[in-house]
Design a protein around this ligand. Structure first.
Ligand SMILES: [Fe+2]
Ligand SMILES: [Fe+2]
Length: 176
């Protein structure tokens, strides 16, 4: 194991400098403005997913719709929790979470969908999950070890998006 790099006196002195930055120290390794802006894209992605799943939950109809509509609501609730934790992380980075409905769909990586058929809804939700999975995987690799808290947050969210995609694939296989 290599030597611990910084001596205690230097660590203590640096911690007192720029105290108004809260949790951000000079050891923060990423480009903070860029991370905040990428996290705002992830926030928009989650918010669009909440809206799409709510739309699908309330409008799913047909013999097989019951359990699928219930699952749409579970996903909507989990996407909302993702949005909240991303917004919290943005504030920890001393940034502003963007909840502005203006431009929401262009900030988001995933798309809204207002299909009327149950199978179309499931297919569009699966596509949106796959978009989120690809985009979060890329962000995680990009963050690397430069902001491990944001990376870990996205890793936890990614695992849930993979579950969502798998749920949707099971529905498609059963009903399609
Ligand atoms: Fe999500
Ligand atoms: Fe999801």
């Amino acid at each position: 194991m290599s030597e611990f790099l910084t001596d205690v006196e230097t660590l203590r002195r640096r911690a007192r400098e720029e105290i108004e930055q809260g949790p951000i120290t000079e050891a923060y390794g990423a480009d903070r403005d860029r991370v905040i802006s990428v996290l705002n894209e992830a926030l928009a992605t989650e918010l669009v997913c909440v809206l799409r799943y709510k739309r699908h939950h309330f409008t799913a109809k047909g013999l097989n719709a019951g359990p699928v509509a219930a699952e749409f609501l579970v996903h909507a609730t989990e996407e909302q929790a993702h949005a909240d934790s991303i917004a919290l992380r943005i504030t920890q980075l001393q940034g502003q979470p963007n909840f502005d409905p203006e431009g929401l769909t262009s900030r988001s990586h995933s798309q809204y969908d207002a299909s009327s058929g149950l199978l179309d809804m499931i297919r569009e939700d699966l596509v949106a999950e796959r978009v989120a999975i690809a985009s979060y995987s890329e962000i995680i690799r990009w963050l690397g070890s430069n902001d491990s808290t944001s990376r870990r947050l996205l890793e936890d969210i990614l695992a849930v998006e993979e579950e969502h995609a798998d749920d949707l694939l099971s529905f498609l296989e059963e009903l399609g």
